[in-house]
Structures are given as structure tokens and as C-alpha cells.
Design a protein around this ligand. Structure first.
Ligand code: BG6
Length: 480
């Protein structure tokens, strides 16, 4: 269990806090994983009395689909632990108040969660440091920072330099919630907890890898953020490249807390950068046009509230990446993500080569697919004989489903919050990984920013037609 600490949540009335963070924190509390010695302090713009803040949190918990079944006694006890502080993050006063509230608590340990737009990261981390809240003389102090970390390589470097004026790298926890997903960790379990996969896991037997994160949702009222970010900064640079790194990395050395991050960093370093010269060949972007999904008529991205009608923001991106090391030479990694696609599904599919000589017609490639969400599980597609006199082969699927465990999957945020509170940073990308990820996509960002509108795709379809072209001869995106 974590030590006593103050957990300070900046942006507590924001979308992420309401939908994900508060339910995750409450889940930990209800499961007895947060002792009452963890004091929660919400920070927001709006003035609220203690009672109003409690009602706000209660409502957020009852409304969020992420909240576990509520035990009313636990809820009451949880609400009692909450404190709130209102203020303007640009001024010094609010940090003084936070310092005072922190010092009332029995411990000087504190975790500051910045659930804020990136433009405020420095304002807040500096504001805290001005009050000495970064000092670790009497207890630990940590910052949790949401993605995206910067908006390109240069700004990320700048952000890192400014953060580390006061904070040590070991105090900075960059959160990528995909790393907290059970099924993402299961990728490690399957790869390194079984001996049978390693001999297959290379260029000799693998034809290519497909990583898909498709979403049926559109903007969800986040125009202000998304217009700036787009699919490259919102998903590709972080979540998808992290999935690639976990799929392609070498086995980490046991017992070393940094080994996982070291191995991920090496893969990202070896991943060929997209350059202005290669971008047309290896990347495709799109923006959703009007369309129909689940029988509902949906507006085009450019007509969404708060979006510039001439917006060039990509809501879909697909890339073909190569990892330049011995294990992966010549094996393409295809990554795609988009909004307003036909359904929500995230998966990593490892597609094997065909048998070297086929004695049967119609032999397909084997596929090992990690379904990150929904229908969490792992499946292996193989060819098998159909019953009958003929030697007819058909693809069959060996399927493991997570629900066989009969236990609900924890929210990635509760796992990561607990790790941050106990000081385990292994699931938080290091600065180096983030910089490498920016390097991979920088050429694409630069090129696309100078170009016109992305290709349009109809909402409710699988993205722009050009995405198929990326795959080249004899390969196609999986139909999910
Ligand atoms: C967030 C992005 O990081 O991840 C969102 O900002 C996206 O745009 C979300 O919808 C997807 O996360 P998940 O866990 O629902 O796959």
C-alpha cells in the first residue's frame, strides 16, 4: 500500500478527471488500496465550498461508466477525505494555498497530477517549485504529466529543459494510460512468460505487424485541444509508438526497474524516422466527412463545434514504419488510428509468413492478435482441415478471452496512480522515449503542416482509400 501522501489533482473539474481519474481513485479507495492517509486535494478554477465539491465528485462518480459498483459506506468515507482549492493557476496565490494545505497533512509526501492542457505544465510546475513544493528533504514529491509532452521535438526538449530546472527527471511521471491497460501488460506476459514465442519473434517468421486503434467516437467537445493535436499528436506519437515498442523490444533484464524503459527506448531509437522525402510513401492522413454510424447521421469534422471550417487537422493517420535492427530488418510495422471509424477496437496483430512451400491450396498467414479492447484477449489464427473426404483447409481461431478469469479489468488509471504513489516509474515513459517518438514523426508533422486539407473519408468507414496502398502488394489491413 502507498505511504501517506497528499494527492493534488489540478484540473479536477475537467473531463479527464471526471470521467477517468476520480473513478480510478475511488476504485483504489474502495478496494482498500489507498489508506485514509492519502489525502486528496482537488484544484480548479471555480469557487466551490467543501460540500459543493463533494457533491461534484459524487456526481462524477455516479455518472462515469468507469466507476466500479459503489458501496455507499465507502463513498461516504471517500467524500470525507476530499479537500478543494480554487484559484487562478497563472497567479502565485493558489500555490501558497496548496503549500499551506499540504503542510497541514501528516506527511510532506505529495503527488501533483497535472490533468491540464499542455500549455499549463510549466506554469504549474514552476508555481509549485516557487513554494518549495518540489523539494524532497522531508518526503517525496512527484509530478504526473499528461500527454502530449510538447507538440514537436523542439517544444518537447524545451519543456523538458524547463521542467528540470526545478524537478529531477526521477520526479517526473509522464503518463501514457495505454501502458496501464491490463491487456497491454499481458503483451509482456505472453511474450516473456512463455518460451514458445521468442523463437518466432523475428524477421525469419514474421511477415509484418499491424497495430490498430480505431475509435467510433468523434471530437466529444474537445475541439480546442484536438484542433491543435490531431491524430498524430493525440495517438500516434504516444500510445501507438508505445505499443510498437512493447511489441518489438528485446526481453528486459530481470530485476532492473529501468530495464523495460531501456529496451523500449532502444526500439524507438532504431525506428526509421519519417522524412519529408519518405512521407508520401509511408504515411496517409485523413479527416472525417459526414456519414452514418449506428444508424445515426454524423457531422463532418469541419462542421463540429469549435472547428475551423478550413481545418487541416488529421483525424486519421496510418504509417508504415521499419525498425532498423537485426531482429526486425525488412519487417514493416503498420500503425493506424482514427476517429469516426466503424467501431472501437484496439489490437496488435503479428502476421506470420506463409509456409515456404504450400502443398495445399488456400493457405493463409497465421496471425497472433492481441485484442487490447474490447473483447480483451489473445487469438491465434491457423489453418485446419475441414471434416470430409477432401483435404480442404480453413482458417480457425484459437481464442483466449480475458473474461475467462471472471474478474473485471482494472482501470489503467488506477494502476498507474498506484504506481506513481508507490514510486514505481517503470510504466511511465522516460524523456528519452518521448524525444525518440517525436523524432520518428517530426518529418511527417513538418510536411503535413505545409500542405492543404487531408483526404476526406466518410464517417463510419475505415478511413481514406490510400491507407490500403500503404500495405503494398499481397498484404491488407485486417477486417476488424
Ligand atoms: C486519449 C486521447 O489519450 O486516448 C483520446 O486523447 C482517445 O482522443 C483516447 O479517445 C483513447 O483511449 P482509450 O483508452 O479509450 O483507447
Amino acid at each position: 500500500a502507498p505511504e501517506p501522501a497528499t494527492l493534488v489533482i489540478f484540473g479536477v473539474s475537467g473531463d479527464l478527471a471526471r470521467r477517468k481519474l476520480l473513478p480510478a481513485i475511488f476504485g483504489l479507495f474502495q478496494d482498500g488500496l489507498l489508506s485514509s492517509a492519502v489525502q486528496i486535494l482537488g484544484v480548479g478554477r471555480q469557487e466551490m465550498l467543501a460540500g459543493e465539491f463533494q457533491s461534484f465528485v459524487e456526481q462524477a462518480l455516479r455518472e462515469s461508466s468507469e466507476t466500479d459498483e459503489i458501496d455507499e459506506a465507502s463513498l461516504g468515507a471517500f467524500l470525507e477525505t476530499l479537500a478543494y482549492c480554487a484559484g487562478d493557476l497563472a497567479g502565485p496565490e493558489v500555490y501558497g494555498q496548496i503549500a499551506a494545505l499540504c503542510s497541514e497533512h501528516e506527511t510532506s509526501n505529495a503527488l501533483f497530477y497535472l490533468s491540464l492542457p499542455p500549455s499549463l505544465f510549466i506554469t504549474v510546475s514552476d508555481g509549485l517549485a516557487a513554494q518549495g513544493l518540489h523539494r524532497q528533504d522531508e518526503g517525496w514529491r512527484r509530478l504526473v504529466i499528461e500527454k502530449p509532452f510538447g507538440r514537436d521535438l523542439e517544444s518537447a526538449r524545451d519543456l523538458q529543459a524547463r521542467l528540470t530546472r526545478h524537478w529531477d527527471e526521477s520526479q517526473i511521471y509522464r503518463i501514457d494510460h495505454y501502458l496501464g491497460k491490463e491487456t497491454v501488460q499481458n503483451l509482456l506476459a505472453i511474450r516473456f512468460g512463455n518460451a514458445i514465442f521468442e523463437p518466432l519473434w523475428n524477421r525469419n517468421l514474421i511477415d509484418h505487424v499491424q497495430i490498430t486503434a480505431s475509435e467510433d467516437l468523434g471530437l466529444e467537445g474537445r475541439a480546442g485541444y484536438y484542433e491543435e493535436a490531431g491524430a498524430v499528436r493525440d495517438m500516434l506519437q504516444n500510445h501507438l509508438l508505445q505499443l510498437l515498442a512493447l511489441t518489438a523490444m528485446e526481453p528486459p533484464a530481470p530485476g532492473s526497474p529501468d530495464a523495460l524503459r531501456d529496451e523500449k527506448a532502444k526500439v524507438l531509437q532504431a525506428t526509421r524516422r519519417i522524412t519529408p522525402e519518405t512521407v508520401d510513401e509511408v504515411a496517409v492522413r485523413g479527416q472525417y466527412a459526414a456519414g452514418t454510424l449506428y444508424g445515426e447521421r454524423l457531422a463532418a469534422y469541419k462542421d463540429e463545434n469549435g472547428v475551423d471550417p478550413d481545418s487541416r487537422t488529421a483525424t486519421y493517420v496510418a504509417v508504415r514504419l521499419e525498425v532498423d535492427n537485426w531482429r526486425w530488418q525488412g519487417v514493416p510495422f503498420f500503425l493506424r488510428t482514427g476517429k469516426r471509424l466503424p467501431k472501437k477496437v484496439t489490437e496488435i496483430a503479428v502476421v506470420f509468413k506463409r509456409p515456404p512451400l504450400s502443398i495445399f491450396p488456400n493457405v493463409e498467414r497465421n496471425v497472433l492478435a492481441f485484442r487490447i479492447q474490447p473483447d480483451e484477449g489473445v487469438s491465434l489464427k491457423i489453418s485446419s482441415k475441414m471434416p470430409g473426404q477432401e483435404m480442404d483447409l480453413r482458417e480457425v481461431v484459437m481464442d483466449f478471452r480475458y473474461d475467462a478469469f471472471g474478474a473485471p479489468l482494472e482501470s489503467p488509471y488506477s494502476r498507474l496512480l498506484l504506481d506513481a504513489l508507490t514510486g514505481d516509474a517503470s510504466l511511465f515513459p522516460r524523456a528519452e522515449e518521448v524525444m525518440e517518438s517525436w523524432r520518428i514523426v517530426q518529418g511527417l508533422i513538418d510536411t503535413w503542416e505545409g500542405q492543404g486539407r487531408p483526404q476526406l473519408y466518410t464517417s463510419g468507414t475505415w478511413g481514406p482509400d490510400d491507407a490500403d496502398r500503404l500495405m503494398g502488394e499481397g498484404r491488407r489491413w485486417r477486417r476488424l
